[in-house]
Design a protein around this ligand. Sequence first.
Ligand SMILES: [Zn+2]
Length: 256
Amino acid sequence: MGRQPSQLGSLDQLDREVPPEPATQESGQSGQSGQSGLPGGLTGAAIKPRLRGWLHAGMFPAALVSGVLLTALAGTLASRLACAVYTLSACLLFGISALYHRGDWSPPVRAILRRLDHANIFLIIAGTYTPLTILLLPDGSRELLLWGIWLAALVGIAFRTLWVGAPRWLYTPCYVGMGWAAVFYLPEFLHAGGVAVLVCVIVGGLLYSLGGLVYGIKRPNPSPRWFGFHEVFHSLTLAGFVAHYVGIALVVSQHT
Ligand SMILES: [Zn+2]
């Protein structure tokens, strides 16, 4: 983790799926996006598992359709807007992630998509908070959390965009911390939304956090060729999203 000073190659290195090899000059002249041109075959090369990106590619249309449905069913203007923000953040997350992970991009495009992919994590966190906050929290807490979480998201996006080679141990806890801020609001979520909503919020949060942990420690890594730790991480984000979606749908149904 965070083994190298940031240089050009660090754009890619954080997503390397192969367990850290003695780093020769792996930071590899981002000349080849295929990353296998270095002497010694595997040394420092990134193997992109075959299933990389497919989960999010499949999730994109599902998130789009279910999000539009949710937005259409929302009863008030405020909840409709909140659901639209949530849907947009989900579509950006899964859509850009699918593009970034599936495509074989040139290094500059790859670098841009990577920044967007990471920035979108802040957006989905704030986007998920938005309907829950607007629909469940009383005046006062609502504004506080909404402003706080969007401000944190903007700061996070600036941080990830300006320092793209930041070590994983530094930025992964930022995501997790933003998500865990919800802990302070759980009693209010329970009070206004009920047990089922609370369970969905907690289960979703735990799944995302587990995903963050897998991403942070790069384990388990079941099959580096087909389904590596990054795919485990994607699966957990997907499961976390579904849990939160169900919770938000329940809340929306309570307010129609
Ligand atoms: Zn990813």
